[in-house]
Design a protein around this ligand. Structure first.
Ligand SMILES: O=C(O)CCC(=O)C(=O)O
Length: 299
């Protein structure tokens, strides 16, 4: 188990409202919210946007709204080909002077023509520091209530993603990824202080599982867990759950939005990570020598 080296930091989750089918208007909404959060006191070090905020959350829209995402390490102003949302996100991070988890956007990979649900992360200079392509695609069918099949348009990512900041290592997932506990466990064991999920649950599975999943990932792994949703929009084809929230390593909900547009803030107390792990030492009591490999059992 990698040691956690982290410093206290403040997290802001932007539950964007008023999103429409206009990408440029959605970018303006995001920019305004990022700059407002950055000018709040105390200033947050890390700002998070929700899942698929620049496009309608609809399988039929992802290709039309998709953009080119350049390579990790690419710097502000250096990429001529990148999509307009990536350029805007770099500029937001720079103007805000904060780390920015840019929610997720549809990404088109030119070499394969695949479309991904992709989260990009920027440092305060606007350098692209991490890219997470949603690994577990949201394909569910609850008859009469919620049916969605991302795999009609999207391809699942093939890698897990963490990134380093001056205040600690952060693990990334996107929405449905939270249902797969291995991702959070691996990130925690690699030294992450938090798992952060841009997300957009719905009004069926949100009330069922949104909070309990965050608590489960937090308690299992003794880390912070955050999910950032868009606000509910009565006219949208997909009704997002809202309720952006942060859960601490003990499983307490530190902050939870309602359904409307808002920004919620949480202070990440790294001492609590150490105390929780000392008092309830499950992280060092795991018996990997006993657990069989069950990865083939359900195939
Ligand atoms: O897991 C769920 O219930 C919702 C997931 C979802 O909405 C998504 O992955 O976009």
């Amino acid at each position: 188990m990698a040691a956690i080296t982290a410093k206290p930091f403040r997290l802001a989750l932007l539950q964007l409202g008023g999103l429409t089918s206009s990408k440029s208007s959605n970018i303006s909404i995001a920019r305004k919210a990022v700059l407002e959060a950055a000018s709040s006191t105390p200033k947050p070090q890390l700002i998070v946007l929700p899942e698929i905020w620049n496009s309608p959350y609809a399988v039929a829209s992802f290709r039309e709204y998709s953009e080119h995402v350049p390579k990790i390490g690419s710097t502000f102003g250096a990429e001529k080909e990148e999509g307009e949302t990536v350029t805007a996100l770099r500029e937001m991070a720079r103007s805000a002077g904060c780390w920015l988890i840019g929610g997720s956007i549809p990404q088109r990979e030119a070499s394969t023509d695949n479309i991904y649900n992709t989260c990009t992360v920027y440092d305060p200079e606007g350098t692209l520091v991490a890219i997470h392509q949603k690994v577990h695609l949201f394909d569910i069918d609850i008859p009469g209530r919620q049916t969605f099949k991302e795999s009609d348009t999207l391809t699942g990512g093939k890698t897990l993603t963490t990134f380093e900041t001056p205040f600690g290592k952060i693990g990334l997932g996107i929405c449905y990824d939270i249902r797969f506990p291995e991702m959070a466990m691996i990130a925690a064991r690699q030294g992450c202080v938090a798992m952060i999920y841009p997300a957009a649950f719905n009004t069926t599975t949100g009330p069922m599982h949104w909070t309990i999943l965050q608590k489960a990932r937090a308690i299992d792994n003794q880390i912070y867990v955050a999910m950032c949703s868009p606000a509910r929009h009565p006219e949208a084809s997909y009704q997002a759950y809202g309720h952006s929230s942060v859960v601490n390593p003990l499983g307490d909900v530190l902050v939870e939005a309602d359904i409307g547009p808002t920004t919620v803030y949480a202070d990440i107390d790294v001492d609590l990570l150490a105390t929780t792990r000392r008092n309830l030492p499950v992280t060092i009591q795991r018996r990997f020598d006993v657990y069989p490999d069950v990865s083939k059992e359900f195939q």
